[in-house]
Design a protein around this ligand. Structure first.
Ligand SMILES: Nc1ncnc2c1ncn2[C@@H]1O[C@H](COP(=O)(O)OP(=O)(O)OP(=O)(O)O)[C@@H](O)[C@H]1O
Ligand SMILES: [Mg+2]
Length: 599
């Protein structure tokens, strides 16, 4: 009974899998961080499995097919918080089942498979070399176990002095040389034994063998030997390292010993393509691979679109939101200071309303039941209530049972009323007066006809507070975000919406030029730093330093950004950075462009 329970518990523990995020590995000077995180991952896990699976993805755009490779990474067990781990289903359950076993290959429900294991390693391997096998091996698995260092130290020392085969470890090969290994152990670096598996798959048997040969040759070029043991293919397919029948080991794969630092060479977490599951097609990367993005796969749902004027921010936002709406039928709400989304709101399933100074807007915060502390903050800021009087305003707002904002202002004492009085007269009065807009249906608010910046700020604040507190699964965008950076309150409303977004399924898109101004306030900086995703378009030379620091861009990337054409830039999501060219369809180009075709 007890053993059944412990079996169950063990199974439960074994079930814990995490998907982790790959990084872009092109620049050598960027590699140290990810490599040392990888070492941490190896060291922190007693009994590790890292599983890499690549998928061919075909994207259709304007009647043409584009092919790319999507690689995903999974680890088993209790792992440290590196590479943005997200708990997930056991990926082993999703592998094709074996239907027939042959001595040197398998027939699965999806085609043919052949498993290879690594048995010979050179003394040196370039970090990241595994990336060159992604197109050939459908799956790669690294299985490792930590070795108690004292145990290994003793046997290593004996073998080092004898300068012969490694004493009790004669069935193992060693990646680093023995002295190096001993030094590492003395420095406190963990030592592991590991196994490396490659699974080649193809729907055609002959191609399967060709791919396998190619994989062997590719690895041979690095000095690494792999083989595909006969008769044990199905056990190897399960990534088993020994096959035990009636207490007898029928076969054991040769293990390899390495210190955690040398394990860096096996760094597989490389992602140079960008294909999110269930995502929307955005455009092409510098390598010509289609880029598919799903905001809900990121660790938060805040997206920034940054670039100088004319760099393609609004156009990209329109293309993206249109495709997002088509894919997920998700309601799209927005603050549109230039009123350029209003006319095309139908593409996002929204209704556009052009607000203007002469028309009652009905944005009475009391009538709309907005959060009272936010109301007090916004009124304080918009009407320049002096700091010493702000607590009083707050108290009054909290205890007010006025039927509307006018009633409230009239009920305030003289000192406070002095500041809030503009609310009672136009144009401000019109912002509050009238019937509130029906926010049950998705709306895009065009502000172009509201000339006063103060009013724009007031209106945007009220709309944003309302959207932030009412919205569930929706997209909320704010274009021309720089208009609001001088109003810290409204920036913190945005920040608040963005922060809670993940919980409510709210995808917040903040679009702005003048990034250095945004970064100059603490609210703006928080927004910039928190975003899981940023589309970076052409930047002004003068202000590019901020972007470089926040998004850790290289000189080459900066050069690229400074010279980029409209719609070209860098997509940064988590650890991944890819260059991107947003691809508009002919229709989108014609409908969404703000540049007049004939001047
Ligand atoms: N992906 C693209 N492909 C081709 N042309 C584009 C693309 N994106 C934008 N453009 C062109 O650049 C013009 C300006 O783009 P857009 O209005 O998006 O700039 P913006 O960054 O929003 O500028 P602003 O800050 O002034 O609002 C578009 O009207 C269009 O003609
Ligand atoms: Mg724009």
């Amino acid at each position: 009974m007890r053993s059944r329970l412990s079996n169950l518990l063990r199974e439960e523990r074994e079930e814990k899998w995490y998907e982790i995020q790959g990084v872009s590995f092109i620049r050598e000077e960027d590699r140290d961080g990810p490599l040392s995180d990888f070492q941490t991952l190896i060291s922190a896990t007693q009994d590790g499995t890292l599983y890499v699976v690549s998928e061919d993805v075909i994207v259709d755009f304007e009647g043409k097919n584009y092919r790319t490779l999507d690689t995903r990474f999974y680890v088993k067990g209790d792992i440290p918080g590196v590479f943005y781990p997200q708990q997930c289903e056991n990926p082993m359950k999703l592998r094709p089942k074996i239907v027939n076993e042959q001595p040197d290959y398998l027939i699965t429900e999806n085609g043919y498979a052949k498993v290879y294991v690594a048995y010979g390693f050179p003394a040196y391997l370039p970090e990241g070399f595994l990336y060159s096998t992604f197109g050939l091996a459908k799956e790669i698995a690294i299985i490792w176990k930590k070795i108690p260092t004292q145990k290994i130290l003793t046997s290593l020392e004996t073998s080092a002095t004898r300068k012969s085969r490694i004493g009790g470890l004669s069935d193992a090969s060693v990646v680093s040389n023995i002295e190096e290994l001993i030094n590492s152990i003395r420095e406190g670096i963990d030592v592991v034994c590991f196994y490396l598996f490659f699974v080649v798959m193809d729907s055609n048997r002959q191609k399967l063998f060709e791919k396998g040969k190619e994989l062997q040759n590719t690895l041979k070029a690095y000095g690494m030997e792999i083989e595909s043991p006969r008769f044990y293919q199905s056990s190897l397919y399960e990534f088993k390292t020994t096959l035990r029948v009636f207490g007898v080991d029928l076969f054991t794969i040769k293990k390899t010993i390495a210190d955690a630092r040398s394990m860096r060479a096996l760094f597989p977490l490389i992602k140079e393509t960008f294909v999110d599951e269930e995502g929307v097609f955005l455009g092409f990367s510098g390598t010509g691979d289609p880029i598919v993005f799903n905001p809900y796969k990121r660790h938060n749902y805040l997206l920034l679109i940054l670039g100088e004027t004319g760099s393609g921010k609004s156009m990209s936002a329109k293309i993206y939101m249109r495709r997002l709406h088509e894919k997920f039928s998700i309601p799209v709400y927005g603050v549109d200071p230039e009123s350029e989304y209003v006319a095309i709101s139908g593409y996002f399933g929204s209704t556009g309303i052009n607000l203007s100074e002469g028309k009652p807007l009905g944005l009475d915060p009391l009538k709309m039941g907005m959060d009272r502390s936010m109301i007090s903050d916004i009124l304080s800021e918009v009407y320049s209530v002096p700091p010493q009087m702000r607590p009083r305003l707050r108290k009054e707002i909290f205890s007010a049972n006025s039927k509307d904002i006018f009633d409230f202002v009239n009920s305030c004492d003289r000192d406070l009323k002095k500041y809030l009085e503009p609310i009672l007269t136009p144009p401000d009065r019109l912002v509050f007066e009238g019937n509130p807009p029906d926010m049950q249906r998705p709306l895009i608010f065009g502000l172009r006809n509201i000339r006063s910046t103060n009013l724009k700020i007031l209106v945007t604040s009220l709309i944003s507070i309302y959207l932030g507190q009412e919205m569930g699964h929706a997209v909320v965008f704010v274009d021309e975000g720089w208009l609001f950076i001088k109003t810290p309150r409204i920036m913190s409303v945005f920040e608040n919406i963005a922060r809670r977004g993940r919980k409510y399924g709210l995808h917040f898109i903040f679009i702005t030029q003048r990034v250095e101004d945004v970064a100059s306030t603490s609210e703006g900086r928080t927004l910039l730093e928190q975003a899981a995703t940023a589309f970076l378009f052409r930047q002004e030379k003068e202000g590019v330093g901020r972007i470089r620091d926040i998004y850790k861009l290289s000189e080459g990337e900066i050069q690229y950004l400074v010279q980029a054409s409209p719609g070209e830039g860098i997509l940064k999501a988590g650890n991944t950075k890819v260059t991107i060219r947003i691809a508009a369809t002919h229709e989108e180009m014609a409908r969404f462009s703000t540049t007049p075709a004939v001047l």
